[in-house]
Design a protein around this ligand. Structure first.
Ligand SMILES: [Fe+2]
Ligand SMILES: [Fe+2]
Length: 303
């Protein structure tokens, strides 16, 4: 595959962009709750016409909190997974070892950052908002799958983060600058992760038959189904948080609309933007065109 990614160049970029948690959160660096946190293409609050502008902003912030918490959650399975892929080949390639350890270290830092964000959010927002979990149970359920399927899932997540930032967040001037800064710093390091995970996918697929690769694709779809179940629960949590934060009780038809719009918004955010990402599809196609076709057949349901 001629993508040109190498462990050495990913390591060099990782060292160049490295930042400290203290540089981007805490002290004077505070969230501005008068601004939205999420781009509308992911939040999809504006089509809920029965909400006032203030209520739309509050729901947008609830979605922003869930967004960073869900990233914290998925990174709790990415961290042990990357360590597991590193250890068996420690002496083989020093650049590989160092690049993957940097990848794991960055995810540990992101988990830490997102926990601190959650404290700041709860202190400023004033209502505690539930998020799916616990992380250990979700990590175990995902890591029980074929490592190649887990790698496809990680690849999906890494490219998805980049798509969110470059297509929807970077040029949105309405967003809270502090929240946007967290997303920017996260993205800066995720760029290398996507490349490293592409290399891992190629390594794990090497020597497999086409059928074995397609079996891993089925398991990737199964993991997607598991995440989709979590998203349905998250929409219920967000509805509850919204009613508690605003004091507004939605009637049954409003709740139906809330659930329908927000479930699809969550599906697009966490599933569709990864499954339809050209780089995810390219990696699958390079393993076998049937893998790409399989994902393209089901991805419209998550758009
Ligand atoms: Fe991350
Ligand atoms: Fe990452």
């Amino acid at each position: 595959m001629n993508h040109g990614y190498t462990y050495q160049s990913a390591l060099q970029t990782s060292e160049a962009v490295h930042w400290q948690i203290e540089d981007i959160i805490g002290g004077e660096k505070r969230l501005d709750f008068s601004r939205p946190f999420m781009p509308e293409s992911l939040a999809r609050v504006k089509s809920l016409l029965f909400l006032t502008d203030d209520e739309k902003r509050i729901l947008n912030q609830i979605r922003g909190n869930a967004y960073l918490c869900i990233f914290g959650l998925v990174e709790e399975f990415i961290l042990p997974f990357v360590l597991d892929q590193t250890r068996p080949q420690l002496p083989d390639d020093d650049y590989r070892t160092r690049a993957l350890l940097a990848f794991a270290g960055e995810e540990a830092k992101h988990i830490h950052l997102f926990k601190q964000f959650r404290q700041d959010f709860e202190a400023g927002f004033g209502t505690s908002c539930s998020v799916i979990g616990p992380p250990e149970a979700i990590a175990k359920a995902i890591l029980d799958h074929d490592p190649l399927a887990v790698t496809f899932t990680v690849l999906h997540i890494e490219w998805m983060v980049q798509r969110h930032y470059t297509e929807s967040i970077r040029d949105d001037q309405d967003l809270d600058p502090q929240f946007k800064s967290l997303l920017k710093h996260h993205w800066l390091e995720e760029v290398q992760h996507a490349k490293l995970d592409t290399l891992l996918a190629e390594e794990l697929a090497a020597g497999r038959t086409e059928q074995q690769i397609l079996d891993a694709v089925e398991q990737y779809i199964e993991i997607g189904g598991f995440i989709d179940g979590g998203l349905k629960q998250q929409v219920e949590f967000d509805l509850d948080s919204f009613e508690r934060a605003t004091g507004r009780k939605l009637d049954e038809s409003q709740k139906l609309q809330f659930r329908a719009v927000q479930l699809q918004a969550n599906r697009w955010t966490y599933l569709g933007t990864g499954m339809t990402h050209p780089m995810v599809l390219n990696t699958l196609e390079n393993l076998t065109p049937k893998a790409r076709q399989r994902i393209e057949n089901i991805s419209p349901a998550f758009s």
